[in-house]
Write a protein that binds this ligand. Sequence first.
Ligand code: KIV
Length: 288
Amino acid sequence: MAAPLSKKFTLNDLRAARAAGSKTPVLTCYDYTTARHMQAAGVPVLLVGDSAANVILGYDSTLPISLNFLIEITAAVRRGAPLAMIMGDLPFGSYGGDVGRGFDSAANMVKLSGCDCVKLEVGPTHTTLVNELAGAGVAVVAHLGLRPQSVSLLGGYRYQGRTAAEANALVAMAIEMQQAGAAAILLEAVPPEVSQRVVERTGVPVIGCGAGPSCHASVIVTQDGLGLTPHRPRFAPALRDESGRDPAAAINQAFASYVRQVAGGEYPGAEHQYEMLPEEKIRFLKMQ
Ligand code: KIV
C-alpha cells in the first residue's frame, strides 16, 4: 500500500520528480468522496478533467459540459484532497476565440475551485492566452496530441503524431507552449517516439495519457482503470486490489447483494433502525 499524502504536493514536487527521474501518478477524479480515498492512497495529482462529461454525465463527447459544473466538482475534489495537486480543466467554448474570455474562465476556475493549475487543450491560437495566464501567475498545463474538444476537426478519437510531419508539428507546439509559459505539458494518445522527443526538447514536466514510458507522469481516466466504463483504452491498466480482485465485479456484486437483501426482507434489520424514547413510544402507540 502506498502511504497517504502527508504534505502538500506542488508543482515544485512535480518539477523535482522530473529532475530526479521518478514518475508521478495522476488520476482523474470528479467528486469529494473519491478524492478522499485517492489522497489516502497517496495519489499526488488529481485531474478534474472534462472527461466528466463522459463518465459522470453520460455524454458521448466532452463538448457539452459547462464551466460552472467543472468549477463545482473541482472545488469538491479540492475539499476531498487538500494535500493533492489539483488540476482544473477548461471545457470547450470557455477559452477559444477570445483571450479575455479565456483568461476570465481560467481565473474563475482558480478562484472558485481552489485548483493548483489549469489545463487547456491548445493549438497555435492559444499561445497568447497561455502567455497571459502564465504572466498572471497561473500554472498552465498545455494539453497536446489527441484533443477531444477538437474531435470534429480531428475526424474522430484517433491517436496523433502518426506521420513525421504531424509528429514534428506536435514537438514544435510543445516547445512553443513552454516558451509561452506553460508549467507542464500533457500529451494524449501519441506514439512513444513523439513523447520522448517532447521530453528531450522541453524542460517542464510532461504528463502522458497513452503516450508511452518517457513521460514524467502518467494519467488515466480512473473509471477506465477500474473497469467501470464500457471500453478500456489499450493504454489504461486494469487496476486491482492486492488480491487481484476486479473492482467493477466487486461493485456489481455489492449492488446485487443490496437488491437481494431488500427484496428478501433482510434489510432493513433491527440494527438499521432508530429507537424512540421508551416512554414516548408507549405514549405514541396509545395515541393511535
Ligand atoms: O479530461 C480528461 O480527463 C483528460 C485526460 C484524458 C487527459 O483530459
